[in-house]
Design a protein around this ligand. Sequence first.
Ligand code: GLN
Length: 554
Amino acid sequence: MNDFLYVDEPRYIFITGGVMSSLGKGLSAACLGALLQARGFSVCIKKLDLYINIDPGTLSPYQHGEVFVTEDGTEADLDLGHYERYTGQNTGKQNYLTAGVVYSNLIQKERRGEYLGVTVQVIPHVTDEIKRFITQDGGLFDFVIIELGGTVGDIEGGPFLEAVRQLRNEFGQPQTMFVHLTYVPNMRATNEQKTKPTQHSVKDLLHAGIQPDLILCRTELTLQESTKRKISLFCNIPPDDVIAAQDETNLYKLPLNYSKEGLDERVCLHFGLSHKRHKISEDWLQKWQVLNASLERPLAEVNVVIVGKYVEMEDSYKSLKEALVHAGGKHKTKVNIKWCNAETTVDIVEALKGAEAIIVPGGFGNRGIENKINAIRYARENNVPFLGICLGMQLAIVEAMRNIGGIEDANSTEFTRDCSPVICLMSEWNDDGGNTVVRSEESDIGGTMRLGAYKCQLLEGSLVEDVYGVSIISERHRHRYEFNSRRFGEKLEQTGTFMVGKSPDGSLVEIVERRDHTWFVGVQFHPEFKSKPLSPHPLFDSLIGKIAKKQFLL
Ligand code: GLN
């Protein structure tokens, strides 16, 4: 068996989904990526989304959940968050493509006359654009995993399936693999697992010219042997390549579960790689086992209240939720999250009773703002640990200015123009000479949002410097508004809220904290995007550690 890998010969694994959406294709892709890495291979995971939006930046979180932001400022689907959390590897522009980008590129080229008079068509032009994206950095990795968004059979998916079908034809079976994730429902009345939906979705794939090589079956209960055999028979693949993806509440158990079911082994075999030679690293296994042991057998429990706007759809705060789980894992603590809807809650103080920490996460628009401000006041006055993220930091500043600083009309110009503009756009922010301050080209990545990674200098002796253990950090941003520190900085510090993190040139305030409080931090960035299960983000680590420790001492 020739299992020597040449990096200029990437292996492509295409993951499609059948039957219905929300089966966890992103998680499957992320787990497979992590398992291949654990076997010593280099991996890159890409997502193709079928919608016409250029990116999810303009979509309501109710549609597809949170907008995940990468280091380079790409606004992407939340699946990229899964990829980063499981593989520990950063993603970026090269990992995310929507149909909108494909069509927009094509139309721009067409307008520039680059097609030299030919008719621009789905095949070959749209498919070539998709293939170029998939293969552009293939030479750098042993494996490129591509997750196709949507469900097989979706009208928009046609060109994407066609593109990957062509890639199989071009690279051949030894270099490509099709993994199909389906749903196997359980009929409770007869206690029977039904394979028909899987059979139908495989038929849809065949219709597009694609025969899956491996099927992942999402099930509520253990996948029965007879079910496996049936799927094998009707879908034309060996029973060993029908692999269970059983429901699991602890998402960090999934890579281990998949491996137990033989997923990574079968993938190696498909590519002619010896799974015995490329063993899973013991170190990797041990780390994930330790993490799972502490997630499954916690020694303490803490109650965190998140006061947000999109709380009915927990995926809207996916990375935040996971960051809390990561910190909990490290401190052997179960983090119970109570979601508080800032817009509909009538008695916010009542809703916060019992909170051991309060988080006001990022958000846009003025709905629920006053309740969020009141929640911050409650946290400040009652010495309840508080973390304000992005909008949460902006509102912590507004709260201090109003309730301590006596500036009653302090507000963000995002919500009203008729206010003392404590938080405002940079373009509304005048320097001492009355000139409008505009960001330099270097510090702004176009558009009106500050997106992606920016450096931040921490104040010596501050809580956050202690928490991070370094004095310069880099964190990811996604916002338009900033604290108007030139005009209100001094006043803010008089309220006891200190500016402890600033952009390296000192012009932008990135972190505030209070010294008269047990743990009160507001950050202009989104720390949750960088938290990993095996290395929780320092801020969440510190916050959860602080309240968990109190319990251990009791
Ligand atoms: N709406 C605020 C802004 O644009 C905060 C954004 C956020 O919380 N991500 O600045």
